[in-house]
Write a protein that binds this ligand. Structure first.
Ligand code: NAP
Length: 283
């Protein structure tokens, strides 16, 4: 691997790594947090070739880098690389935030779950507790948020996915004490289930596609949340509105909230996420 890193000298350096990563809003978000909280740091976006992840992390650490955000397709590899993981990251089995202890230990956490739950419950007023929630998707994002969603104690959390076996593997990770809260169903078996809240954790919106959900899967006046975000309403948000959703929102707030939690882990200071969400929406 040729070293991808060009870290500025004399300043704490952080980065988001993924493949691809050029589209990432994370540098903008973390630089806004740094300005807001008076912290001096650099935050880069670095594309890493699949197969080069572990070597790139080691090189970043050797060069004195402080912490990394990890995105597709490296969240599982990041989990496996850590010598220490937070409880929520160990439960999720995927890691999106890395940092290094003084003696070199690689530490990992997953902030996607708390980011989603904060955006849902604090920013959007969309409760999870005692509601029938449908989680669509079983990739890294769904895996990362599952423990945090269950911790909110929904009445029932149903998981569905185009490839059902992947949803079943996800459900197998759930601790025995919480198994009663979840079920796995194929999309065609969801007709008439009238969920209160539907969370789209698939990548379908990226391609302008919809997961093939039955028409009557949302309770009238229910809510829809698409983890994807875009300048215009995503196809899933539009489907939610057509299906009678009271609110149908995108995942920009989750992106900022998960970043805010990473920033807190690294810097010990909590930024004002609402101000940054507003700034991104306006731009
Ligand atoms: P991933 O690991 O590649 O998983 C992709 C998931 O989407 C799988 O469940 C896959 O189903 C499903 N899928 C893909 N195309 C589909 C289609 N056309 N119809 C139905 N299902 C489809 O990706 P990920 O990391 O989980 O990310 C999923 C989405 O969450 C992305 O849009 C990502 O941008 C978003 N995300 C947002 C945030 C945020 O902060 N807002 C954070 C993380 C992720 P199969 O298993 O059948 O392939």
């Amino acid at each position: 691997m040729t070293t991808p890193w060009q870290l500025p000298a004399g300043i704490d350096c952080y980065a988001v790594v993924g493949y691809p990563v050029a589209h990432s809003k994370s540098p903008r978000i973390h630089q806004a947090f740094a300005r807001q909280t008076g912290q001096t740091l650099a935050y880069l976006a670095q594309e890493i070739e699949p197969g080069d992840f572990a070597a790139a992390v080691a090189e970043f650490q050797r060069l004195g880098g402080k912490g990394l955000n990890v995105t597709l397709p490296f969240k599982l590899e990041a989990h496996d690389l850590c010598a220490w993981r937070s409880r929520r990251a160990a439960m999720a089995g995927v890691v999106n935030t890395l940092w290094f202890e003084k003696e070199g230990t690689i530490c990992g956490d997953n902030t996607d779950g708390i980011g989603l739950v904060r955006d849902l419950t604090v920013n959007q007023g969309m409760a999870v507790v005692r509601r029938r929630v449908l989680l669509v998707g079983a990739g890294g994002a769904a895996q990362g948020v599952l423990p945090a969603l269950l911790a909110e104690r929904p009445a029932r959390l149903t998981i569905t996915n185009r490839t059902l076996a992947r949803a079943q593997r996800l459900a197998e990770r759930v601790p025995v004490a919480e198994k009663g809260l979840i079920e796995v169903l194929p999309m065609e078996a969801l007709a008439g289930r009238a969920f209160d809240l539907i969370i789209n954790a698939t990548a379908a919106s990226l391609a302008g596609e919809l997961p093939p959900l039955p028409d009557d899967v949302l309770r009238a006046g229910g809510e829809c949340y698409d983890m994807m975000y875009a300048d215009e309403p995503t196809v899933f948000m539009q489907w939610g509105t057509r299906s009678g959703a009271r609110r149908s929102v995108d995942g920009l707030g989750m992106l900022v909230e998960q970043a805010a939690e990473s920033f807190f882990l690294w810097r010990g200071i909590r930024p004002d996420s609402a101000a940054v969400i507003k700034e991104l929406r306006q731009s």
